[in-house]
Ligand binder design. Structure first.
Ligand code: GLY
Length: 410
């Protein structure tokens, strides 16, 4: 009944119209990874839950500790709440609560979130946004706990103290004073989400102004013509202008450190969501274009730790960069036309399929109770190389939660 009946001199040919063949071909292309990933999500969540319970149990008695990575012997390495990653395990517990509805996970999430509360007073680095938003922010989103906004607003005020109006940016680090007068790292884009939440909650526009100024100056001074970015831009406080463009964690000043590119992609996608300003959407799309079409992005879409690493095909992969990128691309896919949406989702799907495979996802009871293997923290310092990292797990779970919400349940 779908065919076109053509009368030929020697035979009758039933053509299935070209559009139907194209349609079937397209839907099968799109749906194969989607089906594959849909099948992988439940066992991934099951593994994540088991690992999280075991991790929480191992840290039950010393309530000052939070997971960080593993040491040279493969044993769990923890930190206190001061380390920039302290909010990620509480945040992962919140995502697991969201993904499963298990009340015991909410109770654990609340308890680990409390471990980070004192960081609301952090004013000596920019990471207060990561620490408080990933923990309290997710908790507030899911439970509307009435005690959380005070913590988050205090943290937003602490972060705002690091803003210099003459420069128009939040200062990232107070360290490295000999090398950089006023260092701003691209990672800092991530901390703006706390300020955007504070804007909405308090209606105090000063948070908004800081966030928008920071995002604009970062776009102006961190980004290169090919839409890759520097890791560190340092400013001269006397002139307010950039004095140096370098790297801290990448291979070279002019290289493209993978996680930095992913932070930028995520940061501008989030800023478009929060402000509706078209320039942030364009920035995010330009970054996505750079990443997705980079000749050094492997087939499985897990980036090397730096896109310009010297021994590229043998270079270590960074699962954390892949997880951040996947989460950002899923969100960005909701803001663009169908063609780009499919392009972004197919990369994110491939990333999540790879991360959910045995090559990256740990077996229950292994990997010191982290979920993902093979991330790189700081290659130049030879620190945290090819290890699990608490933020790789966090952004992977966030990506799964977003994928369920924005794609599978649509
Ligand atoms: N914000 C620090 C890092 O990405 O390693």
């Amino acid at each position: 009944m779908f065919g076109i009946h053509i009368q030929c001199s020697t035979m009758k040919i039933y053509f299935i119209p070209l559009f139907l063949i194209t349609f079937l071909w397209l839907t099968s292309c799109v749906s194969v990874p989607r089906k594959q990933l849909s099948r992988m999500i439940p066992p991934s969540i099951h593994t994540a839950v088991e690992q999280a319970y075991a991790m929480a149990e191992s840290l039950r008695t010393d309530t000052t500790r939070l997971p960080r990575s593993i040491d040279n012997r493969g044993n769990l390495m923890t930190s206190d709440s001061r380390w920039w990653c302290s909010g990620f395990f509480p945040g992962s517990l919140w995502y697991l609560y969201e993904l499963t509805g298990q009340d015991s996970l909410r109770v654990l999430a609340e308890s680990f979130t409390r471990r980070v509360e004192r960081e609301k007073f952090t004013t000596n680095n920019h990471d207060v946004g990561f620490m408080i938003y990933c923990s309290f922010g997710n908790g507030y989103r899911l439970t509307r706990n009435a005690t959380y906004p005070e913590v988050m607003l205090t943290a937003a005020r602490s972060l705002s103290t690091r803003y210099n109006p003459k420069i128009g940016l939040i200062r990232s680090w107070d360290s490295h004073k000999q090398r950089w007068q006023y260092p701003v790292i691209v990672d800092n884009m991530m901390n703006l989400e706390l300020l955007m939440w504070a804007t909405r909650y308090s209606r105090d526009s000063s948070f908004y102004k800081i966030a928008v100024s920071h995002a604009d100056k970062t776009a102006e001074n961190h980004y290169r013509p090919d839409n890759s970015c520097y890791h560190v831009v340092s400013y001269d406080p006397k002139t307010g202008k950039p004095e140096k463009k370098e790297t801290g964690q990448g291979y070279a000043d002019e290289s493209s450190w993978a996680r930095g590119q992913a932070w930028g992609l995520y940061g501008y996608t989030m800023m478009f969501r929060e402000t509706g300003l078209e320039r942030y959407l364009n920035q995010a799309k330009a970054i996505a274009d750079f990443l997705i079409h980079h000749p050094n992005l492997p087939e499985d879409k897990i980036p090397y730790w730096d896109f310009d690493a010297p021994d590229i095909s043998d270079a270590k992969r960074d699962a954390s960069a892949a997880a951040i990128m996947a989460s950002a691309l899923i969100e960005l896919s909701g803001f663009v036309d169908k063609k780009l949406r499919n392009e972004y989702l197919s990369v994110a799907e491939q990333q999540l399929i790879t991360l959910s495979s045995p090559a990256y996802r740990a077996e229950i009871g292994t990997n010191a109770n982290f979920l993902l293997k093979h991330s790189v923290g700081n290659m130049p310092s030879k620190s945290e190389v090819d290890v699990p990292l608490t933020y790789a797990d966090y952004y992977y779970l966030e990506a799964l939660a977003r994928y369920k919400r924005f794609v599978l349940e649509q």
